[in-house]
Design a protein around this ligand. Structure first.
Ligand code: AMP
Ligand code: MG
Length: 653
């Protein structure tokens, strides 16, 4: 272990001795340093691999070229092998005639006759230059003179159109250095030298286990309260991406005996073990408790000052790294890339990752927890003076944020925020920034996907960033998007959206969404009543629980109008989406809430219409002529688009 770093307890009571490790939180840097000190230096095992199998591996030793490439002096063109001295006097006015030798040198044909002074031999591209010749004349620069001779009207420099033996690769030259990561170009060099096998760092075998009673493998039906095992697939792919050979062993329930047996079997057959889940101090969390029994020294760090990813557990069991990633997929992915990939790559003999970065400006402030290195996923859009990084609004459990984000930024443990306007370094998930053709920032609606679908089919990339109506309007005013979808009711004028537009913005009518009360069919408090009557009945019943919406949502304004000063049970349950409201009611966690008709119907719930909401677009005028914007405007006005909206329960404006 690294004795130079100290284990600084940042928090925690010691009420349960089993939890000591977790309550002692290490900084990201300390945790990684200790983990690496416990594992390295170590021998990187090597193996012989056939060319077809070594893509992405690191070469274990230098490769010296065993032959010259090309192996002989070779013609680069179709033409005639000549002595350049014969053509010294040739020119437009001075034709030289050369007698043809009695052979044709095709590829793969070894010459048998010398080129004597005054003669030439026909030669194909790739053919070996015959004895005596020192240059090639292109066939285009010659004239046949009968069947036995050619005429030439230009001189030739010595060596013209000849590749000399060893000019590409010289025998004895260091072809590739140990440590080189083998790509298709390296494979090409090896093949050119006739090398069929090379010594490479053996890919570490990494066993992957997901843990949790709730996990179901993709493809199988989802039981109530179950979720799909996401980490198994993520971690397996990330291991392959970083030079390991992943062996996914499935999801094991939170059962100590089963898990211990699975961990022992996995460790016996692999170089490294990566688990996910069960590392926090929840009731079912057992995996980290088992590590001490599997080998020495055991847990190195349990609890790292990372966000997301605090419950990460790093251990070494008899020389093999054992890692327990946090259960939430996003946390699992960040901690894997930040803390495990460096170790895995070293074990695989690979250099550290070099991910591309770009500088981008933050449009909004990001608050950050002091004392934890925080990773924030961002979507990049083009502003008037450079890239802008929109933080993803979703929580640490969100997996889609990964698919929609372009990269992430890191907020230092010692910073409590990143202010609006700050320039941040964004690490890209892709080698280059992909700037979308159409940028939509604002309130999200499933109807939007119906309108943008044809754009995607036409090859246009559409980026939709959900930040709510007000956030979208602000982005549009700053010129950071093409369109901002909004549904903002104005109390004074009792109209939607138009009153909020400022100079430079233009209203594009979208569609109407019927907002109303959702409830379970057959509930007498709601069935066959108006919205006002239904809410009165709900408020009269103390056992009736509602589900609210977040402050700032257009829907919340409608709920407030119905509730007045009442604060019934469930008022503080304030999810951020129409779907979450429907799910709460469908799953009996609440009895009523307000959502839009298409969502209520999709969940097979009862619905009482209340008010029709206008979902329109604030268009940034300066961007109107862009072809992607025009395509959007066409799509929203098209018969096809309107029909799709109507089928989904929206009313096109
Ligand atoms: P845990 O660390 O086991 O308490 O898990 C924390 C959260 O992550 C819980 O909501 C788990 O259901 C979820 N989770 C754990 N493992 C996985 C997995 N393999 N795939 C998706 N979600 C998971
Ligand atoms: Mg669990």
């Amino acid at each position: 272990m690294n004795s130079g770093t100290s284990n600084t307890p940042l928090s925690g009571s010691r009420d349960n001795p089993d939890q000591d490790q977790f309550l002692t939180i290490l900084s990201r840097e300390d945790a990684l340093a200790r983990f690496e000190a416990a594992l390295f230096p170590r021998e990187v095992p090597r193996e012989q691999g056939a060319l077809a199998d070594v893509l992405g591996c690191a070469l274990a030793e230098d490769v010296v070229a065993p032959i010259d490439v090309p192996p002989f002096d070779r013609s680069n063109v179709d033409g005639f092998a000549v002595r350049s001295a014969d053509l010294a006097s040739a020119g437009e006015a001075a034709m030289v005639r050369l007698k043809l030798n009695d052979e044709v040198i095709a590829c793969g044909v070894a010459p048998t006759r010398p080129v004597l002074s005054g003669t030439a031999t026909p030669i194909a591209t790739g053919g070996p230059v015959p004895r005596g010749a020192d240059a090639i004349v292109m066939v285009e620069h010659t004239q046949p003179a009968g069947r036995q001779a050619i005429e030439i009207r230009r001189s030739a420099s010595p060596g013209q159109f000849v590749s000399y033996a060893g000019s590409d690769i010289a025998r004895g030259e260091a072809l590739l250095r140990a440590g080189t990561v083998i790509g298709s170009r390296e494979i090409g060099m090896l093949a050119a030298c006739g090398i069929a096998q090379v010594s490479v760092a053996r890919r570490p075998i990494v066993a992957v286990i997901s843990t949790g009673d709730e996990l179901v493998q993709p493809g199988a039906p989802l039981a109530p309260a179950a979720i799909y095992d996401t980490n198994g697939a993520i971690v397996t792919a990330a291991i392959t991406e970083n030079g390991g050979e992943a062996r996914f062993l499935g999801a094991i329930p939170d059962d100590e005996a089963q898990l211990e047996a699975a961990m022992r079997a996995a460790l016996a057959n692999s170089d490294m073990l990566v688990l996910s889940g069960g590392t926090s101090k929840g009731a079912g969390d057992v995996s980290y408790r088992l590590i001490g029994r599997l080998g020495k020294p055991g847990v190195i760090a349990h609890g790292v000052a990372l966000k997301p990813g605090k419950p990460l557990c790093l251990a070494v069991c008899d020389g093999k790294p054992v890692v327990i990633l946090p259960g939430f997929p996003t946390s699992a992915m960040f901690t894997f890339h930040d803390m495990i990939v460096p170790v895995l790559r070293r074990m695989a003999g690979l250099p550290p990752r070099t991910d591309a970065t770009v500088s981008a400006r933050l449009p909004v402030r990001i608050a950050s927890e002091l004392g934890r290195t925080e990773f924030v996923m961002v979507s990049l859009v083009e502003g008037s003076d450079g890239l802008i990084a929109y933080p993803s609004g979703k929580g640490s459990g969100a997996i889609t944020s990964f698919a929609q984000a372009d990269g992430f930024l890191r907020i230092d443990a010692l910073a409590d925020q990143m202010p609006a306007g700050a320039q941040a370094e964004v690490t890209l998930f892709t080698p280059h920034v992909r700037v979308p053709d159409l940028v939509i920032i604002g309130s999200h609606c499933t109807g939007l996907d119906l309108i943008t679908a044809p754009l995607g089919r036409a090859g246009l990339s559409v980026r939709s960033i959900a930040v709510g109506s007000l956030g979208g309007l602000a982005a549009a005013k700053r010129g950071e998007c093409d369109l901002a979808p909004i549904h903002l009711f104005n109390e004074e004028t009792e109209t939607y959206n138009a009153p909020y537009l400022t100079e430079g913005l233009e209203l594009v009518p979208g569609w109407r969404r019927m907002q109303g009360i959702v409830f379970r069919h057959g509930d007498p408090r709601f069935e066959a009543r108006s919205a006002v009557e239904a809410v009165r009945a709900a408020l009269a019943d103390p056992a009736c629980i509602m589900v609210n919406r977040n402050q700032g949502a257009g829907t919340r304004i409608l709920i407030d109008r119905l509730l007045g000063d009442a604060r019934p049970d469930g008022y503080w349950n304030q999810p951020r989406s129409h779907n979450a409201v429907a799910a709460a009611v469908a799953q009996h966690r609440a009895d009523w809430g307000m959502t839009i008709a298409p969502v209520a119907h999709a969940s097979n719930l009862g619905f009482i219409p209340f008010a029709e909401e206008h979902y329109d677009f604030a268009l940034v005028k300066a961007r109107k002529q862009r072809s992607a914007v025009q395509a959007f405007l066409d799509a929203i006005a098209s018969e096809e688009g309107r029909a799709a909206l109507a089928r989904a329960g929206f009313r096109p404006a």
